[in-house]
Design a protein around this ligand. Structure first.
Ligand SMILES: *Cc1c(COP(=O)(O)O)cnc(C)c1O
Length: 396
């Protein structure tokens, strides 16, 4: 149904309708579900109450009462809008304090706030590299890292997933002036981890910059939740940037990049998705300061997640389900065809569980899956309930 009756039949519209019909026939059509009430492991979707295994709210902070209070107090103090971009008059005291706290947390000179992780990834390659330079990306990197490379004038090389040998060859092969390696720390659809130790030494050997996108590692991995590098006993060096979102384990919204004084100043001067956009509301920055305190202090949330992961993997193994090499709260079950993943998701829903099917182009062709994620707000009986449902859904 369209209110634009007179234009509805035009050629311009018909072209688009044809594309939509094709998507639908491929079983790849995406639809949004309407969530009512607070984000939680129990959500009401389209009037139905479901046990959810698909949020990225790993530490269970998205509806934390302390953060709701911090948001309210922040709004009282600073208003609801930043009013301008960071470089005009939108950079408030709360942003400044949060950046200092994040830099201290990550052990870097500086941290720079962005409105989203997607926007942060749009700024990095284009700010660091020029025409004669090269970017090296893991084949399974997040879409935002690939899109970020498109905005840079440099050449893009993609290496097979986690194949550091192929990457080493490609780096050695390359006479370009400057190089940037970009990788997910934790791969968003598989839950496995990049070998950041080898990547760091390869980058040093090839005089390359390294960007680790730790959207799914921050808050979850490493001492006090410092992320993938900390989990491998590494410090962030001068030629490394870590990008992390604040909308996943931190439970709120926003993102930051941590790095050296020079790298961060480069992003402030040249990062178009930093410069030409309204600053994050300062009340969100105050909320994030409160969230950072909780992330650091409440180790029990990470411990509980570890228990859930172990319980799930053990149970799934007993059921004979094919698990990937993931030690993180992202535990995919690969079905292959988009239709079979969607059918499995629908059957789980009939059993009261919300687990979304992830289909191409988000994942490679033929690897449609259920992407199961855990939260510190789940309880052991929730994991049991999931396993019981999977048993009946996945039975041949
Ligand atoms: C979610 C995600 C992003 C984007 O972060 P937002 O803050 O949600 O825009 C970037 N990289 C990876 C790997 C992600 O999973």
């Amino acid at each position: 149904m369209s209110v634009f009756e007179s234009n509805h039949q035009s050629k311009l519209q018909a072209d688009l309708q044809q594309n939509l019909a094709l998507r639908r026939s491929q079983g790849l059509y995406r639809q949004r579900q309407i969530v009512e009430g607070r984000q939680s492991v129990r959500v009401k979707v389209d009037g139905e109450s479901l046990l959810s295994f698909c949020s990225n709210d790993y530490l269970g902070l998205a509806s934390d009462d302390r953060l709701i209070k911090a948001w309210q107090q922040g709004a009282e103090k600073f208003g609801v809008g930043a009013g301008a971009s960071h470089l005009i008059t939108g950079h408030h005291q709360a942003h400044h304090e949060l950046e200092l706290a994040l830099a201290e947390f990550m052990g870097t000179d500086r941290a720079l706030l962005f409105s989203t992780g997607y926007m942060a990834n749009m700024a990095i390659a284009a700010s660091l590299l020029g025409r004669h330079d090269s970017i090296f990306e893991d084949k399974l990197n997040h879409a935002s890292l690939l899109d970020g490379a498109r905005l840079a004038p440099a050449r893009l090389h993609r290496y097979p997933h986690n194949d550091t040998k192929k990457l080493a060859l490609a780096l050695a092969d390359n006479p370009d002036q400057k190089k940037l390696i970009m990788t997910d720390g934790v791969f968003s659809m598989d839950g496995d981890q990049a070998d950041v130790r080898t990547l760091t030494s390869l980058a040093a050997k090839a005089s390359a910059y390294l960007l680790v996108d730790d959207a799914h590692g921050i808050g979850v991995l490493g001492e006090r939740g410092r992320g993938s590098l900390a989990a491998s006993g590494l410090k962030i060096n001068a030629n490394t940037l870590v990008m992390a979102t604040l909308g996943k384990a931190f439970g709120v919204f926003g993102a930051f990049v941590a790095g050296s004084e020079t790298m961060i100043e480069t992003l402030i001067q040249f990062g178009r998705s930093y410069i030409y956009t309204t600053a994050l509301p300062p009340a969100i920055a105050t909320t994030l300061l409160a969230s950072l305190k909780i992330v650091r202090a409440e180790q029990w949330r990470r411990d509980k997640l570890k228990d859930h992961i172990a319980q799930f993997r053990q149970g799934a193994e007993q059921l004979g389900l094919a698990l990937g090499p993931s030690e993180t709260p992202i535990q995919p079950l690969v079905f292959g065809s988009a239709t079979s993943a969607v059918v499995a998701s629908q059957k789980l829903r009939q059993a009261g569980l919300l687990v979304t099917a992830i289909r191409p182009p988000t994942v490679p062709e033929g690897s449609a899956r259920l992407r199961i994620t855990f939260s510190a707000n789940h309880e052991p009986q929730d994991i049991d309930q999931l396993l019981t449902a999977l048993e009946s859904v996945c039975k041949p």
